[in-house]
Structure formats: structure tokens, C-alpha cells
Design a protein around this ligand. Sequence first.
Ligand code: HEM
Length: 549
Amino acid sequence: MILYEVLTLYAVAIALNRTVGEETRLGHLILPAGVQLALPTILAQQDPELWGNDATELKPERFCEGVSKATKNQVSFFPFGRGPRICIGQNFALLEAKMAVAIIFQRFSFHLSPSYSHAPRSVITIQPEHGGKNSFIWIGPIPRVNITNPVHIKEVFTKINEFQKVKMLPQFNVLIPGLVSYEGDKWAKHRKIINPAFHQEKLKLMLPVFYQCCNEMIEKWEKLITTKESCELDVCSYLQNLSRDCISRAAFGSNHEQGKRIFQLLKELSILIMQAAQTVYIPGWRFLPTKANQRIKEIDREIQASLKSMISKRENAMKAREATNDDLLGLLIESNLRETKERLSIQDVIDECKLFYFAGQETTSVLLVWTMILLSKYPHWQAQAREEVLQVFGGKKPEFDGLNHLKVVTMILYEVLRLYPVGIAFTRTVSEETRLGDLILPAGVQIALPIILVQQDPELWGKDAAEFKPERFCEGVSKATKNQVSFFPFGWGHRICIGQNFALLEAKMAVAIILQHFSFQLSPSYSHAPHSIITIQPEHGAQLILRKL
Ligand code: HEM
């Protein structure tokens, strides 16, 4: 019973796949040859409609009268597949597992260690993702040490020359150039020139853009509800569009249509490159005359040409005082023109614009997605946040000072970033032999700062570390963390995210406007499955039911 229940909840593979051999009818569907079918084991075996409301709970008693009774004779349990191609090794595996379990039970009792963090992750099979607190893993021939002690984390973030960014695979250089990957003097020069574009008074200039983009999304949602009381919606794509729109207009202002096209191309480029990255890496792969590589070259050429012409036009207009500089591009050019020593080249500016797209889009949209999911799950926090927003703005347009003073909304955003940080870990390379606490780390060793473990560590955050409790932040971050580096969703130290205030302002604007217009709750079709592909996203979407207020 226990083994069956484990196989129900943690089926070895998340889905079984088939290709349609020739045109076939399946229920109402006519499936042409070549179409692929996925039979998502993990969804079918945890479907409340098939298994009841306790579908996601470990309840081996479901199997007390065997599989047929538990499944009511339906094909809703197929951990070994089904039919003629059912796993030939099923009995072998079950016998081996029973032997192992029996002998373990004879000799040990066991329970979870506090350092275990529950993170099922699918890499062909479903495995727990994290090692323990003091552990290391091999990334091919390179050892990677997990650092979870806040004192040591602070040291890693502070000593930026000793602990450098891990070099990206060459595939990604075309995609994510700029500040984020530079080191030493080059990083310092770029950071100094870009910094002013993200100062609070400059962000104030971008607020109308954020408002306009949020309003357009709200109008779309309102149209979906006009004839009904409520509607079900997967908010992921809307929030992705929102942050794409915000970054594109905030970056390129009056040229945002041209900017949008560039961002579309960058999206296509990232898909092609991610696909290439999933195949085995061959040195010089970019020079192979494949269709994908030709397209990558074409896209890159178009992006470079478009950005180049936009930047030189803007530079000339600004020199002639004909252009405003209230977008990121204008602010970056202005700051660069003011630089007396070494300026950025046009190629440098192009690279930083590309980076804004990647750094600024997916990050803010996943923050918003998790915020809406958690506010749906915890309606009393949704009500408290709405009360605050209505108290500060009523039904009016949210303005800069009001947004900066939203206390409950800020606490909520921090708590979302604590539980669902944008990525699961930061990595660094040790540039020369260094001591870190008791460890002596030779050059070349990698360091991982597993943010997701540290920010949910019961030793640092208390027994309720895994619970959503925004009240932890009611007296600010320093009090919540007891002045330790145990909360770092934007990084820490000199290399802290340059877009942090931009992202938080955009998120506060979006949350405020959404709360002014709608109430929302989780739809029964939402299934909670945080999934890490660069950022942590809900794997099966964020289906919510929206109601107009
Ligand atoms: C919720 C939203 C965001 C989150 C959680 C986030 C998170 C981060 C983190 C963790 C880092 C540091 C990585 C490391 O130290 O290895 C970083 C760096 C950076 N971020 Fe963000 N980011 C967000 C939004 C943005 C936005 C909107 C922009 C720009 C428009 C941006 C631009 C950058 C840049 C340029 C860096 C590199 C800084 C440097 O190396 O000096 N980010 N971000």
C-alpha cells in the first residue's frame, strides 16, 4: 500500500509520451500523424476528481483493497505504464523495493532532518533537489560547495573579487551580455554609468508608464468579465506581458514599438539558444550551418542593427537637445555622455539594453504571479492589502509617494520573495585560494548560495519558516532577519540587483491596481507545482477566479 501510494504521489516520471503513428480519433479529437501525446502521470494520479479532495495527501489506506478498488477500475494509476508496453521490470522493481524497505524497517527508525527541504524536481526521474546544509556536489569535474551560514554568505557577497560570477556557457553570451556577467574594472565602470538611471527620482519618471501598462491589463480582464460575475483565468501570460510591456516602454520610451520588436526577437533567440543548450555541447556549435544557427545569426544581426540605429538617433537628438531622457535608454546615454573618462561604446549600450530585457522581465512577472497565488490562498492577507490600498488611494491612480509607503503590500512582496525567490541558488567561482569559515577553498571551486534553503531554514526563521506569514516583515527586513544575511532575493552587497527599486515599484503599482479592481481566489484547476527553469514558476500555470469589485 505504501509503495503504491508513493508511486501515486511521486510517479517516477511526470508524464508518459506517445507519437501518433497515423491519423487517429481519440474521444472528440482527431489527431493527425506526428502529433505528440502526453499522459501526465503526475496530474492524473493526483486529480481530485478521480481521487477525491485528499488526492495530494499521503494516504496508503486508499490501496487497502487493491488497485482496482482504489481506482474504481479506471486507468488513473499507471506508474509502470499500462497495456502491452507496461514496464517489463515492474515485479523486479517492487520485489527489490520491498526487500530494501523490509530490511531498513528491521534495523532503523528514521525521520526528516531539519536540513531536508522538500523540493521534488523532475530531471527524467523525480528527485529531491537539494543536498544538506554542509554539502558539496560535483558539476562534471568541478566541486560545488553549498554555503548556508549567513556570516559566510555575507562574506561571499562582499568579497566580489575573490568570489566571482561563474562564467556562463558560451551559448548564453549572445543572450545575456552586459553588467551581470562582468568582473573587476569593467563591471565597476558599467555599474557607475548605469546606476543613475535607476535612482528613485528617475524611477518616478517611469511611473506613468507602469500605470498605463497595468491599466491596459485591467481593461482586458474587465472585458472578460463584462457579461459574467466572475471568470477563470491563467494570469501567467497576462503578467508576463505586463512586465514585458513595462520594461519595453520604460527602456525605450517613445521608441517602444521598435523596442517591442527587439524584445520579440530576443524571446525567439532565447528559445533557440535554450534548445541548443539542452543538446550536448559541442565546442564551436554556433558555427555549424544548422537551420537554428542561421536563424540565431539573422536575429542577432537584426537586433544589433535596430538597437544601433535607435541608440545613434537618440544620442544625436540628445546632443541637439531634441529628445527627452526619461526612459532607461535616454538615462543611460545621458549618464554616458556625462562621463569624462572612459565612455561605453555603442556595443556596450546594446548589450546593456539586451540585459534589461532578460533581467527585468521574467523576474518581475514571476514575483507578481506568486503574489497573486499566495493572496488567493490567504484571503485575509488579500483583504488587508486591499484595505491598505483603498485607504491610501481610494479608487484613484496610485502615485509615487503613496506606493512607497504601502506597508502591508511591501510585507507581502517580501514574504513572497522569501518563499518563492526568483532563482533557487546563486553561484560563484573561487578566483584564488580563500578561507571561508573552517573551509579552505582552492581556486576554481564553485560556491552555491542556496537561497531557497536559507530563506526557509527553521534555524534562521523559526519553526513556521515554510509558512506564508508576511507579519515577519512588519518591522522591516533587518528586524525580520535579525541583521543576518538570511534574506537576499535581490542578491546582496555591491552586486545587488540594480533594478530592485524598479521591480518593486512596478510590482506595487500592479498589486495596487489589481486590488482596486478585483478580488481573486484559486481555481480548482490550479495545481501547486513550483518548478525551476532559470526562474521558479508554477509549472501548470496560475488559474485564478477573478471577480469584479
Ligand atoms: C523581482 C524582480 C527582480 C529580482 C528578484 C532580481 C534579482 C536579481 C538578483 C538576485 C541579482 C544578483 C545576482 C547575483 O548576485 O548573482 C540581480 C542582478 C541584476 N539585476 Fe535584477 N532582479 C529583478 C528585477 C530586475 C530588473 C527589473 C532589472 C532591470 C531593469 C534588473 C537588472 C539587474 C542587473 C543589471 C543585475 C546585475 C547587477 C550587477 O551584477 O552589478 N533586475 N537581480
